[in-house]
Design a protein around this ligand. Structure first.
Ligand code: GLU
Length: 457
């Protein structure tokens, strides 16, 4: 059977790095198993779901290197869920409930004071036809609950009923169905909550592996029961730990915190995001993978820790710098052209500066310094100025070979007696206007003799 996974966000905001973790776990799992990846939008909540968010999620995924085999929207599949509802009703495992939220709240409180778990007591199953008729004539519409299979013959006497699965990430997992309320599958207005459409789609779309955050572990107990009620074999489940901020807060799509979009705008490379999103909170070292194939080779769902993974955005900058330092010119070329960096010097320019930049766009400032001179000319003491005049007079004639910097500074040292920082710093300042940066030996040939002399203070 073809391994088939899906990433199923609700399109209610931009995705953040934690969502990217789920998407990438699925994508890499599919890559490693020659499988299919379905992009599914869980957009049954019509009030909060927006097409523009779905579009931006697809954009962000493409940016990360994820190209779904198919894209599905739950809002377009309601007929299929309706048919499943009819089957569950016919099997008498979906039942109508008429309680208002206030009534349910009150009941929970009563149960708590009696020392009972605050789960739904299945009171709707005890309604007489007259009571139902009364609710209906009052204009109440039912919501529908799934009768969890946690009893022998009397649903009002639930018993410990363990659902077990071997989790791809967490190993043996157990959920006791008697500790849970019968989940509401259909709201009063006929719209669906997430639980049922997800199962129906996983069946219909042939999903073999459900890889998602560990906030869904309890749902899995319920959903396995639902797969069985619909006569289907449950898929294999894997629940990865969630990412939190350094102070331990969860990430939210709604707040836009650490959104993929904002990281892109900050100049973070997709592979820096992907490397951290996948490797943080696992037994693998967090290093910058250069492409998803390399990352896939380091990816093992079972190597993921069970506790929350703290995520430090500063690590993204560290990974980004590594990617910059190692980026071959061929990879940078087109992006540099867009930044106005092209021509026969572009390659040696890139190789000279890549080790000194945090993000690709930082190359622009260096390109300007090399083509137009220091952005702000440096101030020099009278002594340094004299030194520099002497130094510039010693600049070798062209043609230059690869040792021009060494030859030049050798002559300067000999003539002026300066060495080390007092020799190099005034030169660096005069040539670039900055106190640090790429090797001057690499920059000098890019400036040429004329360009160098133009920087004589
Ligand atoms: N829409 C659900 C979520 O974003 C999907 C969970 C699942 O993968 O089943 O949490």
């Amino acid at each position: 059977m073809t391994v088939t996974v899906r990433f199923a966000p609700s399109p209610t905001g931009r995705i953040h790095i934690g969502n990217a973790r789920t998407a990438l776990f699925n994508w890499l799992f599919a890559m490693n198993n020659k499988g299919r990846y379905i992009q599914r939008f869980d957009d049954t909540d019509v009030g909060r779901s927006k097409q523009e968010f779905a579009d931006s999620i697809l954009y962000d995924l493409h940016w990360l290197g994820i190209f779904p085999d198919v894209t599905e929207y739950q809002s377009r599949r309601v007929d299929i869920y309706d048919a499943a509802v009819e089957r569950l009703k016919a099997a008498r495992v979906l039942y109508a409930c008429y309680e208002t939220p206030e009534e349910l709240d009150l009941r929970r409180k009563v149960r708590r004071t009696r020392g009972l778990p605050p789960v739904y007591g299945r009171e709707a199953l005890t309604l007489t036809p007259e009571q139902v008729a009364e609710y209906v004539s009052d204009g109440r519409r039912p919501h529908w609950r799934f009768l969890l299979p946690n009893f022998t013959s009397d649903p009002l006497q639930p018993e410990r009923t363990e659902v077990r699965w071997n989790d791809l990430v967490r190993g043996e997992e157990t959920v006791d169905l008697a500790s849970l309320s019968d989940p509401v599958l259909v709201r009063e207005d006929g719209t669906y909550l997430y639980t049922l459409p997800s199962v129906v789609d996983d069946i219909e779309m042939g999903v073999t592996h459900v890889i998602r955050g560990d906030d869904h572990v309890t749902n899995t107990g319920v959903q396995i029961a639902l797969f069985q009620a619909l006569g289907a074999e449950p898929p294999i489940f894997g629940h990865h730990n969630l990412l939190t901020t350094v102070s331990g807060e969860g990430l939210s799509k709604r707040t836009g915190a650490l959104s993929i979009e904002s990281l892109r705008q900050d100049g973070i490379e997709p592979m820096a995001v992907a490397s951290l999103a996948v490797l943080v909170g696992t037994s693998e070292n967090v290093t910058a993978a250069h492409d998803l194939n390399e990352l896939a080779a380091h990816f093992d769902p079972a190597a993921t820790s069970k506790s929350a993974a703290k995520f430090d955005p500063d690590e993204l900058f560290v990974l980004n710098r590594t990617l910059m330092h190692q980026m071959p010119f061929e990879e940078a070329r087109d992006r540099l052209i867009v930044l106005g960096i092209s021509g026969d010097k572009a390659e040696s320019f890139w190789l000279a500066v890549r080790g000194n930049i945090d993000r690709l766009s930082d190359a622009v400032a260096w390109w300007r310094i090399l083509s137009d001179g220091p952005q702000e000319p440096a101030e020099f003491s009278g002594e340094d100025r004299d030194f520099l005049h002497q130094a510039f007079d010693l600049l070798p004639e062209e043609p230059w070979n690869g040792t021009v910097w060494k030859d030049w500074t050798g002559k300067i040292k000999e003539a002026t007696g300066r060495k080390g920082k007092p020799l190099f710093m005034p030169l660096r300042l005069a040539l670039t206007g900055r106190t640090s940066g790429p090797e001057l030996a690499d920059l000098l040939p890019l400036m040429g003799r004329e360009g160098t002399l133009a920087r004589r203070p």
